[in-house]
Design a protein around this ligand. Structure first.
Ligand SMILES: Nc1nc2c(ncn2[C@@H]2O[C@H](COP(=O)(O)OP(=O)(O)OP(=O)(O)O)[C@@H](O)[C@H]2O)c(=O)[nH]1
Length: 242
């Protein structure tokens, strides 16, 4: 884990003594009963890209730290919630994972509008997923807010031996789109996955009229927290097919 991330740990029990007899432990158990601080912001992020590029895998790596070798294709849309802390602000991310198959475009396009951040993914080992990028850009132009932050991700970096799309090709495509960022990642190896979301959120925050907007990311502490089971605001059924 990158040193910029500060994962809150349970307080160490050390020093012996019973929980009842220690004033310090008493304070800790009182703290545990306090309700969690509500989020300062709620942001929606959507993940798009062609079939099989690893959209679901990127989302699940980020939200649950899991990876599925034989995932089923997403039907329509799916979502996960995760709360992150960035620059002292608590941000509740609603992450929408969309189906890559074209036949679902009429469903998935409805989710572009509310997204403050868009992650467009291709597979570095599959030429066609890179060639599809202009098609996805047209979807963004048509359905997304002009204010949405864009991030292009070349996924499956662990498959370097099978690479077809060079990093330079990805960077070149990205440089033609105003404001779009680029990175390569591996959901399988958990490489650059947290960075995708945190950098996107940071870019979104930096455009908000907040006191946080003037702070430097490099000087901030980023922390990730597992999200408790809170029902999301827009709950579509999770549907998967073979
Ligand atoms: N080697 C490798 N395989 C990956 C990676 N990410 C995803 N995969 C695999 O690629 C396949 C497709 O992954 P998904 O996450 O389902 O892809 P998707 O983009 O959500 O696919 P659709 O739902 O069909 O649009 C699965 O077999 C994953 O295990 C990665 O970083 N490296």
């Amino acid at each position: 884990m990158d040193s910029r991330y500060d994962i809150p740990r349970r307080a160490a029990g050390g020093g012996g003594g019973s929980a009842n007899s220690s004033p310090a432990m008493g304070a800790q158990s009182r703290r545990r009963k306090m309700p969690p601080r509500p989020a300062d912001f709620k942001l929606q992020i959507i993940i798009i890209g062609s079939r099989g590029v690893g959209k679901t895998s990127i989302m699940e790596r980020f939200t649950d730290d899991t990876f599925c070798e034989a995932c089923k294709s997403t039907v329509g849309v799916d979502f996960k919630i995760k709360t992150v802390e960035l620059r002292g602000k608590k941000i509740r991310l609603q992450i929408w994972d969309t189906a890559g198959q074209e036949r679902f475009n009429s469903i998935t396009s409805a989710y572009y509008r509310g997204a403050k951040g868009i992650v467009l993914v291709y597979d570095i080992t599959k030429q066609e997923t890179f060639e599809d990028l202009p098609k996805w850009m047209k979807m963004i132009d048509k359905y997304a807010s002009e204010e949405a932050e864009l991030l292009l991700v070349g996924n499956k970096l662990d498959c370097e031996a099978d690479r077809i799309i060079s990093r330079q090709q990805g960077e070149r495509f990205c440089s033609r789109i105003s404001g779009m960022r680029f990175c390569e990642a591996s959901a399988k190896d958990n490489f650059n996955v947290d960075e995708i979301f945190l950098k996107l959120v940071d870019d979104i925050l930096s455009k908000m009229p907040l006191e946080v907007s003037n702070m430097e990311l490099s000087n901030s502490i980023l922390s990730l927290q597992p999200e408790p089971d809170v029902p999301p605001e827009l709950p579509p059924p999770r549907m998967r097919c073979c």
